[in-house]
Design a protein around this ligand. Sequence first.
Ligand SMILES: [Mg+2]
Ligand SMILES: [Zn+2]
Length: 189
Amino acid sequence: MKKAVFLDRDGVINANVFNVQTGAWESPHEVDDFHMFPWAIECLSRLQDHGFQLFLVSNQPSYAKGKTSLENIEAIHQEMHAILNKNRIYFTEYFYCYHHPDGIVPGYSIGCDCRKPGTFFLNEAQKKYKLDMKSSWMIGDRDSDIICGQKAGCKTIFVQDDKTNAGRSTPDFKVNDLREAIGIISAHI
Ligand SMILES: [Mg+2]
Ligand SMILES: [Zn+2]
């Protein structure tokens, strides 16, 4: 059976961005704010070399909250996708949730199944690609990532970040960045 690594995006692959209006670290809202961590490509390559299928699972509620446009969100995605492909990193699928229950944009401001910690996307991937979830991992920098991964039956790695006030979840491992996460996964193959 195939194994997967489910990766949160913001704070794991690219840096969170400080929003002066909210005083919080958030997703990039325009392509100029998208900065991949310098080690991300090497880390993702290693996972690929280890035979993991890669999935991105990202909550992107900024449009629903009126903070950015869908065009900007798409441009950021395309920027990342281009960098990954140029470096021969091929995600099996990218999963994005654009909803938020407390948003302001009609149609997107709803409770949904796909927003983490909901497991909708992980369950979809499991069925579609016949993944062995016990051999699969979820990496994220918020409690919602860890809870999502646990509910779906994966091992979980929490990327600690002083900027995000997470830490109530109980991940299998805590690390400081994706490099350390890859070290843990490599040691458990
Ligand atoms: Mg994140
Ligand atoms: Zn959703």
